[in-house]
Ligand binder design. Structure first.
Ligand SMILES: [Zn+2]
Length: 449
């Protein structure tokens, strides 16, 4: 904290129950957090700083800001469009084809709407998987929206062209990624990463080229991983690394999960989309056992709410269910507690959405914990008026909290929401942006039909 510049703004959060998610600090039943500039300077049971702006957090629970590691922000205005989706063709025909009709302003407004809603819901960080980069101007427009909202963003540049992508379609993306990487760098709220083309729709050759470029530029990557065997294929080609976050990864067998774990990597699990698609329900328990750093995402707002508390809750219930089912199958019923069974507590879900997610976006050393020198992304949850749950406060966070309970949101030391209200962003503007996009894209789709 001595490195702090005397002119940097200071915030002092006082009297919260602090879930630091830091193995050394643990929980503070009542604690204070001092923020200087964009970093946390101290977390102790009692801190005094006459120069700091004080946030009275008595009765509240302080957690590290939540981070969604698999989100398609451009689909925010498409809420409901894939609510009852069943087949992949339906997804193509109802949702994904609209990509062709998104103009430059649509990408901006859609991203803005999604990012505002996330911040309002305590999601301070996101890996925005943008598979709607139809021109360099579309990419610039999405980045403009992220700069405007100030959410901590790893914006993953989509390499997926049209499904019959020509090599020319990739060339401008590669040039533009190089330019953006130079422009955004590593230190701001907004960083550029790469969303690899889906392996089954591309080729290992093409994927190897994309990964090579990302590694040359030091960028974090993500990829949609649904078909079986792709993790092994990446591993066998010498391409697997902790800098690639596979989304879903449901079809991974135990050996593939070991491969991910042994390079220190993770997967991003999106519970509602996995449920709806009938994908493997056991992957997270197997991943947890293998030591994979799992994190969580909502995937497409066209199908699911922008609510990471909900994702944590569902994932916890799912992992419990898988354990209990296995016990029944093994004839151990009524249930008894055995070492390692059940596997997770609600607190693990919070770890997925903070510590592990920070690793997934390439900020594992700097983000995801409430501890000195960490980036100051903090959420205060107000359990009132209905009252805090008994027992572990992490249980209240995961099992009882909704976005409306998010009282305060701080990103990089700046207050973005306080007393339940966004300070410098407008919910109404998010809704208006959604309506503007709908009007334009459906009119464009109709006129081209
Ligand atoms: Zn996705």
């Amino acid at each position: 904290m001595s490195e702090a510049n005397a002119n940097e703004p200071k915030l002092l959060i006082k009297g919260a129950t602090v879930l630091t998610m830091d193995p050394t600090l643990g929980d503070l039943t009542t604690g204070d957090i001092l923020i200087v500039g964009d970093r946390i300077a101290a977390v102790e049971s009692e801190l005094v700083d006459p120069d700091a702006e004080v946030i009275d957090a008595r009765g509240m629970i302080a957690i590290p800001g939540l981070i969604d590691t698999h989100m398609h922000a451009w689909q925010t205005p498409l809420k409901g469009l894939h609510a009852t989706g069943w087949t992949f063709d339906e997804y193509q025909a109802r949702v994904f084809y609209l990509r062709e009709h998104f103009g430059v302003e649509d990408i901006h407004d859609a991203t803005l709407a999604g990012s505002i809603e996330m911040l309002d819901a305590g999601v301070t960080g996101v890996l925005d998987f943008c598979h709607n980069v139809m021109s360099p101007e579309h990419a610039d427009s999405a980045l403009r929206a992220h700069r405007a909202t100030g959410q901590r963003t790893l914006w993953a540049y989509g390499m997926l062209g049209s499904f019959d992508a020509s090599p020319g379609d990739q060339a401008w993306r590669i040039d533009h990624i190089r330019a953006l990487r130079k422009e955004t760098g590593d230190n701001g709220l907004l960083r550029v990463g790469m969303a690899l083309a889906s392996i089954e729709r591309s080729s290992m050759d093409q994927i190897a080229k994309e990964i090579g470029l990302a590694r040359e530029l030091g960028m974090q990557m993500t990829v949609h991983q649904n078909p079986a065997g792709q993790i092994r294929a990446l591993h066998d080609a010498g391409l697997l690394g902790a800098d690639i976050v596979p989304a879903h990864g449901n079809a991974a067998d135990n050996e593939e999960l070991e491969m991910i774990a042994s390079c220190g990597g993770g997967i991003s699990f999106t519970p509602e989309c996995e449920f709806a698609g009938g994908r493997s329900m056991t992957v997270l328990n197997r991943a947890h056992r293998a030591g994979v750093a799992s994190s969580l995402g909502v995937d497409t707002p066209a199908r699911v709410p922008i609510d990471l508390f909900n994702a944590m809750r569902l994932t916890f219930m799912l992992m419990r269910s898988v354990d209990a089912f296995d016990e029944r199958e093994a004839g151990r019923y009524p249930l008894v507690r055995r070492p390692g069974t059940p596997m997770v507590e609600p607190r693990h879900m919070l770890e997925y959405a903070t510590v592990n997610a920070a690793r997934a976006i390439g900020l594992g050393d700097d983000l995801g914990r409430l501890a000195p020198r960490q980036l100051a992304d903090v959420v205060l949850i107000n359990p009132e008026p209905y009252g805090v749950s008994l027992g572990d406060p992490a249980n209240h966070v995961v099992l009882r909290t909704q976005p409306r309970d998010v009282d305060t949101v701080i990103v990089g030391g700046v207050i973005r929401k306080r007393d339940g209200k966004l300070t410098d962003l407008d919910r109404v503007e998010a809704g208006a942006a959604t309506r503007r996009v709908r009007e334009r894209i459906f009119a464009a789709a109709e006129s081209s039909a």
